[in-house]
Design a protein around this ligand. Sequence first.
Ligand code: V47
Length: 366
Amino acid sequence: MSLAAIASKIREGTPLSQADGLALFQHPNLVEVGTLANQVREQLHGDRTYWNRNLHINPTNVCVSACKLCSFSRRSAHDAGAFVLGIDEAVGKLRARLAAGDRVTEVHIVGGLHDGLPFAYFTGLLLALKAVAPGIAIKAFSAVEIFFFHRLYGMSIEEVLRRLQSAGLDSLPGGGAEILSPRVRQAICPNKCAADEWLEVHRTAHRLGMKSNCTMLFGTVETLAERAEHLRRLRDLQAETGGFLAFIPLPFHPENNALGDKPAPTAAESLRTLAVARLLLDNVPHIKAYWVSLGLATAQTGLWFGADDFDGTVSEEKIYHQAGAQTPQALAPGEIARIIRAAGRVPVERDTFYGLASPVAGEAAV
Ligand code: V47
């Protein structure tokens, strides 16, 4: 289908097909695809670009999964660089940010699949964080971790989620989706949960009233058709549950992992992925340009290619920095606002659920 025909579908509010998604990935003119995505972005969000004050905590990098794409994990607790944070140590990271006067509103927690920790470690961690900062939102444990807990501790997915929820879990991050295709998962991450199982965890979380994010790791072995299929599968689940808040495209980083012979996707590919996602995922409210992974310049430009969210202050990012990311470890709120303004957009501080920290200058209160 031509770009003009896709544009008229969008104008009429007809959802795009998987084949339309593939046509957008293959279209020769990136700027034309981006312009279309920008129109949708501006209809939904105007000039707003959301960001938040967040903190990343990785409880452990010990992982039984050995995914070829990963530079962060260690096979055993005895390997060089392996760690497991004590609960006090993990909570200390939040305390330090609060003591420095940072008004952190969200803690983002993801870690390796460690088969030697009790479930009480994870509930204890959530309870301890909430004891220090009761108002904070905890976005924790990718669907891959939740599925691993289900198998390791012999509880249903629902039971795992309910127990974590009662200990303070507020939402799920979008990691571990990689590409939702058995062929690709077999090639890059054969030991972690299957595509259908990833979707089932999010379906269950949404049923329990939890929101979550979704991602796509692109630039390893997948075809453009598999990227389009991945986005279509996410949209189908969203049509069923409405529980996804944001989609985050994640360009592959090749350093220090077993897929290191693959080149990293270029900026053009990242911008196109943001744009195609904005167009195909018409039922997902936010597209996030995660600056750590995209790089600051591409994330900033992405605000004109469909993205309306920049992620947050972050601090202490390990997954991408161990895979070769050259981005800073953290950004101060003022730096984020400067970067967004320099792109010609309006920075808007949000909480985890896209509630606003204050009215947006120049707009009527919402
Ligand atoms: O699950 C791991 C990916 C994810 C590499 O939900 C890699 O708000 C590229 O999910 N090259 C973790 N990607 C990051 C993530 C995330 C980040 C920011 C915000 C949110 C959110 C979620 O990173 C992993 C995996 O898919 N990943 N290694 C790599 N070498």
